[in-house]
Design a protein around this ligand. Structure first.
Ligand code: HEM
Length: 132
């Protein structure tokens, strides 16, 4: 069977599929609960304005999932530059992010898509050691 030519086809975004704004907000709240409870990561967040950080992460995740808010991905470089983040710590955060989505029953294909986006911004976030 094929679509009739005049039919309106609505493709639900991953954002809608997972439950929209409340789900994204819950995912971000849980993510920072885990990050701040992890002694390997907590120090990075010392003195950080958490509500502001969460609202930016909500915007980014909404953007990545095809939802209504945009986030300028190029801001990720300057935002993380002074933090000197290692690859290991980057991976730890990315794993928490995937874990939180899994906890919230986000379908695996969407988790993998988000993971690909996170992997694509890794070079903006991780400080590579200077070549000797
Ligand atoms: C996994 C990929 C990551 C994503 C998608 C991400 C996303 C973000 C976003 C959207 C912001 C807000 C930037 C802005 O103000 O516009 C931010 C800031 C921040 N991120 Fe990340 N982040 C990631 C990894 C990490 C890692 C690995 C760490 C440390 C272990 C980290 C620590 C921070 C801190 C401390 C800030 C606040 C910087 C400041 O306000 O001075 N992030 N991040």
């Amino acid at each position: 069977m094929s679509d009739s030519p005049g039919a309106t086809t609505t493709v639900a975004s991953a954002y809608d599929l997972i439950g929209g704004a409340p789900s994204v907000r819950e995912a971000v709240d849980r993510l920072y609960t885990y990050l701040l409870a992890d002694e390997q990561l907590a120090d990075y967040f010392d003195g950080i304005d958490l509500p502001r950080l969460k609202s930016h992460m909500v915007a980014l995740l909404t953007h990545v999932l095809g939802g209504p808010t945009g986030y300028p991905v190029e801001n990720l470089g300057p935002a993380h530059a002074r933090l000197n983040i290692s690859t290991a710590d980057y991976q730890r955060v990315a794993q928490y992010a995937a874990g939180v989505l899994f906890e919230l029953h986000v379908p695996m294909d969407i988790i993998l898509q988000v993971g690909q986006v996170l992997a694509s911004v890794q070079p903006l976030i991780v400080a590579e050691p200077a070549a000797a």
